[in-house]
Design a protein around this ligand. Structure first.
Ligand SMILES: CC(C)(COP(=O)(O)OP(=O)(O)OC[C@H]1O[C@@H](n2cnc3c(N)ncnc32)[C@H](O)[C@@H]1OP(=O)(O)O)[C@@H](O)C(=O)NCCC(=O)NCCS
Length: 164
């Protein structure tokens, strides 16, 4: 059964928990003030997922670059994986991007990140390139993934039933 998930815009009060999830999830976390900066730009779509008690359990930042939605980061707290939270965050952010004029989406992902690759493949992303030694800490390659047509109806299928 899906967790009861609510997806909403990220706010300043969420930054502590968002930073914590980022640090647990990535070997190269974002600098602490980066998420705060994302709240100040017009091109960033920053959302959080919360559980039924209002606890922040995941976050996403998508940059809207003209007609392209670039997934800058997405992470779900390890205690809440495999419950549809990542799908809910990605579909919600892409739907907002769509309504603001995005027609396609692009992202980079570590070659070894199979859970993320499976998530993106389910949404229809395809590998369109490799950025060799993209990651600074261990020089792993990034795969460049593209979703060439954002489809609102298809994206809605990934929303949690409680989403607004
Ligand atoms: C990638 C990531 C965001 C996915 O988050 P998630 O919340 O586990 O994603 P979902 O639950 O939507 O989907 C994951 C799997 O759970 C399954 N699932 C979804 N809802 C489910 C449910 N209610 N019960 C059982 N399984 C479920 C999905 O079908 C999917 O299965 P698959 O991987 O075998 O295809 C998460 O693994 C993460 O935070 N990783 C660390 C950070 C990271 O690498 N981010 C990506 C950077 S590019």
């Amino acid at each position: 059964m899906d967790a009861i998930i609510h997806v909403r815009p990220m706010k300043r009060k969420d930054l502590g928990m968002v930073g914590e999830i980022d640090r647990i999830s990535f070997s190269e976390p974002w600098p602490t003030n980066t998420f705060a900066y994302e709240l100040t730009t017009t091109y960033s779509i920053a959302l959080v997922a919360e559980d039924q008690e209002g606890k922040v359990i995941g976050a996403i930042v998508v940059w809207l670059v003209v007609d392209e939605a670039h997934v800058a980061t997405i992470a779900v707290h390890p205690d809440y994986l495999h419950q549809g939270v990542g799908s809910a965050l990605l579909s919600s952010a892409l739907l907002i991007a769509c309504r603001r004029g995005a027609t396609s989406s692009l992202l980079e992902v570590r070659r070894s990140n199979l859970p993320a690759l499976r998530l993106y493949e389910r949404f229809g992303y395809r590998v369109v390139g490799v950025r060799e030694k993209y990651y600074q800490n261990d020089h792993e390659d990034a795969l460049l993934l593209n979703l060439d047509r954002l489809d609102e109806i298809q994206l809605r299928n990934f929303l949690p039933s409680t989403s607004v």
